[in-house]
Design a protein around this ligand. Structure first.
Ligand SMILES: C[S@@+](CC[C@H](N)C(=O)[O-])C[C@H]1O[C@@H](n2cnc3c(N)ncnc32)[C@H](O)[C@@H]1O
Length: 385
């Protein structure tokens, strides 16, 4: 660290100390004045700008309205590799500005925002990753999800949210479908590789927590990058798999499977899963993040097709965003379903009970519903009698 940087860090630390002392003094002063009954309107506005209930309500609304700024701060920090840079050692502002090649002024704002969001901590001089950032936002970490946020949530969903607002004004919906969203090879590759980054950890968890040892062939319908197929065949040596997705998607899936070295055990086929024939011979079907994209009529048709396709004793797994019975949450599920309208105008806010009931009504037995990703997804499983 240069002498200049050190001076700047010290000045920042000193400013923080002074600011805190001033706030403490102001707090003491306004308390004292309140006791004396002499508090001026101006002084009172520092501590209690409005009655607590009103202040809580407007804070909650502001958190919603400003939420997109938090998303953008996260995406910007990921793009700059801020968390990866901080993963080895804490850094001060000027040092970080140099390492990231970012202008110190706006960077200091980003750092404060990340601090407020709980992504960073600050000891008065240097910034460090919070435990969550260290675990999930450092590119070399095993649980890294930055690619999912950058390549799918930011690049595709965030960019297309204006279409959802137009949809709610009754504008045409053709653009809001997977087939049109994934219109070019570049967008498709980004989206699917982003999905891979988001699905590998849940896929590994599914393979570890469910006993799939009784199955021989796995059909991953709308399987995207093939993450679930990859993790399942890695875990079960007797299992082979086939990933079915849109033709432009399986071009990318094939590359990813090749990269995983599992091309002997996982094949791919392209088509529309609602209308085209599915590759035959599987005794286990997964629909992960598919049924929430389609209305009840399509859900019923898919479940009827799954039942007709499977042999007796075959299994069906639905992994998806679904709500509690009273629709009070999970919070992140409800948010995501709104975002999912960007890729499917037919997105449905199913409750997990509705999915379980639909599976039972279709004729599946031993239907079990369980939370899967915390505050996000459920797993519903059943078998063909
Ligand atoms: C959010 S991704 C999930 C991918 C994968 N199931 C996973 O959990 O990682 C949704 C996938 O479903 C595919 N999909 C959606 N509707 C489809 C349809 N009608 N026919 C074929 N694939 C479809 C999309 O192309 C996309 O790859």
């Amino acid at each position: 660290m240069s002498k200049g940087e050190l001076t700047r860090e010290r000045i920042l630390a000193r400013s923080a100390q002074l600011f805190n002392r001033r706030r403490e003094a102001m707090g003491r002063m306004s308390c004292a004045k309140r006791k004396q009954g002499t508090m001026s309107q101006e002084t009172s506005s520092i501590d209690h700008p409005m009655p607590p209930e009103r202040s809580d309500a407007i804070s909650a609304l502001s958190a919603i309205a400003y939420g997109f700024m938090g998303s953008q701060a996260l995406f910007a920090a990921l793009e700059l590799a801020l968390f990866t840079t901080l993963s080895d050692e804490p850094c001060g502002l000027d040092d970080l500005a140099k390492r990231l090649g970012a202008p110190a002024g706006p960077l200091s704002v980003l750092l404060s925002t990340c601090l407020a969001l709980g992504l960073l901590t600050w000891d008065g001089q240097r910034y460090s990753n919070s435990p969550a950032a260290q675990r999930f936002l450092v590119s070399t970490a095993r649980s890294y999800v930055g690619d999912y946020y950058l390549r799918q949530i930011s690049a595709v969903l965030y960019d297309r949210m204006h279409l959802v607002r137009a949809l709610l004004h009754g504008e045409p919906t053709e653009a809001l479908a997977y087939a049109t969203t994934l219109a070019t090879p570049q967008v498709t590759e980004e989206f699917i590789r982003g999905q891979h980054g988001g699905s590998l950890a849940p896929a590994s968890r599914l393979a570890r927590t469910l006993d799939l040892s009784g199955y021989a062939r796995f059909l991953d319908l709308g399987g995207g990058s093939g993450a679930f197929a990859i993790e399942a065949v890695k875990h079960y040596s007797g299992l082979s798999a086939v990933v079915f997705d849109l033709p432009q998607v399986v071009v990318v899936t094939e590359k990813i499977i090749q990269e995983s070295g599992l091309q002997e055990r996982i094949t791919c086929a392209g088509g529309d899963l609602r209308s085209d024939p599915w590759p035959g011979g599987a005794d286990l079907i997964l629909l992960s993040y598919i049924v929430s994209c389609y209305e009840p009529e399509t859900l019923r048709a898919l479940l009827a097709r799954c039942l007709a396709y499977l042999p007796s004793g075959g299994g069906l797994l639905i992994h998806d965003f679904a709500l509690y019975a009273d629709r009070s949450g999970p919070h992140n599920t409800a948010l995501f379903l709104f975002g999912e309208l960007t890729v499917s105008a037919q997105t449905q806010p199913y409750t997990v009970d509705e999915l379980g009931a639909a599976m039972q009504e279709a004729g599946f037995a031993e239907v079990v519903m369980q939370p899967f990703l915390p505050d996000l997804t459920f797993l519903v499983s059943g078998s063909k009698p």
